[in-house]
Ligand binder design. Structure first.
Ligand SMILES: [Zn+2]
Length: 371
C-alpha cells in the first residue's frame, strides 16, 4: 500500500469534510450568486405519468437473466436498452421477494421503476444504469450472505430495494462541494448538508407519492413510517462524508461480539446502510472490464465538473485532475478495500469481493507503473 499523497489527502478532505480544500482562482468570486449551475434545476414535480410509462415489458435474454445472478453483470460493454434496464430492475425486486411479500401489483411496480428511470438524468455515471447496478449489488450481497437473510425483515428488503434503485435520482453529475460552491438552489434548500442525498430522498418520496407509483400503498401506517425511516437513513449513508464514521461504527458494533439480531432495529438499519454503501461502491468489486468502464465514466463526470468550475470561475477540484489510474488506485486503497475488508470480517462470503478488489487495485498499479 502506498502512502497517502497530497492528491488523495485533498480528495479525502473534500469527501469527508463536505467542502473542498480547493485552489481558488484569482479574481473570481467563488461564492458569487451569479455563478448558477447550468445543470438542470431540480424539479420536485414528478414527471407526468405518460412520460414514465414503460411501453412494454421487455423480455430479457437468458444471458441477461443469468447476469443478474452474477457479479460479472456487464451493463456497460454489452449494450442494454433503457427498457431492458427497467425489466432487470423489476426482476431484482422479485429476487428480493419484494412484490410477493407485499402484494405489489406488477403495473404499480413497473410504473414506479419507470418513474425512477425518468428521474435520473443522462449523466455519464450517475444515471439509471448506476441505480440498477447498485440494486444488483444489494441483491448479490443479500443472496451471498446468510446472516443478512437471517437479519433482514421483509420491510428491510423493501426499503433496501427502493433505496438502492433511487439513491441517486436527480443526480446533477457534480458533487456536494460543487453545489455548495456554486450556490446552487439545492444547496440553499438543504443548507449545505448532504445536499445531493437530501434531494435524492425528497425526489424519491415525491415519486412514491403518486398513486400509480406507490409500491408502499399496501403498508399499514406504522410500517410505512418504518420503511420511510430506513430508506432515508440508507440514502444519507451514501454521502461519502459519512464513510469513515459509518465504518468505525460498524467495526465497533462487530467487535462488541454480541449476536446481530433481527429484533434490534438499530442493528438492521446499520446492516441496510452498509449493504447499500458497499453496493454503491461496488465498481471495483466487479470484473476488470466492468470496473475499468465504471471508473472511466466517473472520470468523465469529473472532467465535466472541472469544465464547469472553470467556466463559472469556481475553485478547481484539483484532486479530479489526477491521472485516472492514480485516482482509481487510491480510491480503492483508501475507501473501497477497507470497507469490503471490514464487511468480510462479519460476512466471510464477502472475501471473494475483497480478492477481486485487490486484483483490480494491482491492475491499476501496473498501469500506473507503466505510464
Ligand atoms: Zn450512487
Amino acid at each position: 500500500m502506498s502512502d497517502m499523497d497530497h492528491v488523495t489527502r485533498e480528495w479525502l478532505a473534500d469527501q469527508v469534510g463536505g467542502k473542498s480544500k480547493l485552489v481558488s482562482k484569482e479574481g473570481k468570486g467563488s461564492f458569487a450568486f451569479a455563478a448558477a449551475s447550468r445543470f438542470d434545476r431540480i424539479s420536485l414535480q414528478v414527471a407526468d405519468s405518460n412520460t414514465t410509462k414503460v411501453e412494454m415489458m421487455r423480455e430479457l435474454s437468458d444471458t441477461q437473466v443469468d447476469g443478474l445472478r452474477s457479479w460479472d453483470l456487464d451493463l456497460y460493454n454489452a449494450h442494454t436498452s433503457s427498457d431492458e434496464l427497467v425489466a432487470m430492475a423489476i426482476r431484482l425486486f422479485d429476487a428480493l421477494h419484494v412484490p410477493s411479500d407485499f402484494g405489489i401489483a406488477s403495473h404499480v411496480l413497473t410504473s414506479f421503476v419507470g418513474a425512477v428511470r425518468t428521474g435520473y438524468f443522462a449523466r455519464p455515471f450517475h444515471n439509471f444504469t448506476h441505480g440498477v447496478y447498485v440494486l444488483h449489488g444489494c441483491r448479490m450481497l443479500f443472496e451471498e450472505c446468510p446472516l443478512l437473510q437471517h437479519a433482514f425483515t421483509p420491510l428491510d428488503r423493501l426499503a433496501l430495494a427502493i433505496a438502492a434503485l433511487g439513491h441517486d435520482i436527480g443526480h446533477t453529475g457534480t458533487n456536494n462541494a460543487f453545489l455548495i460552491a456554486s450556490n446552487d438552489e439545492r444547496a440553499l434548500r438543504y443548507n449545505d448538508r448532504s445536499v445531493l442525498e437530501s434531494m435524492h430522498c425528497s425526489f424519491l418520496f415525491h415519486v412514491l407519492q403518486k398513486p400509480e407509483n406507490c409500491v408502499l400503498s399496501t403498508l399499514e401506517t406504522a410500517d410505512y413510517r418504518e420503511v420511510r425511516r430506513t430508506i432515508i437513513g440508507a440514502i444519507y449513508s451514501t454521502d461519502m462524508a459519512n464513510h469513515f464514521n459509518d465504518i468505525a461504527k460498524f467495526k465497533n458494533r462487530r467487535q462488541a461480539g454480541q449476536e446481530w439480531i433481527a429484533e434490534e432495529a438499530a442493528d438492521r438499519q446499520m446492516l441496510v446502510e452498509m449493504v447499500l454503501h458497499a453496493a454503491d461502491l461496488s465498481g471495483p468489486a466487479r470484473s476488470w472490464d466492468v470496473s475499468s468502464t465504471w471508473a472511466g465514466l466517473v472520470g468523465d463526470e469529473f472532467v465535466a465538473q472541472l469544465k464547469e468550475e472553470e467556466r463559472l470561475g469556481l475553485p478547481i477540484s484539483t484532486f479530479m485532475q489526477a491521472p485516472k489510474p492514480k485516482l482509481e488506485r487510491n480510491f480503492i486503497e483508501f475507501f473501497v478495500l477497507p470497507l469490503y475488508k471490514e464487511m468480510s470480517e462479519l460476512f466471510r462470503e464477502v472475501s471473494a469481493r475483497v480478492e477481486q478488489i485487490t486484483s483490480n487495485h494491482e491492475h491499476w498499479g501496473t498501469i500506473l507503473d507503466q505510464s
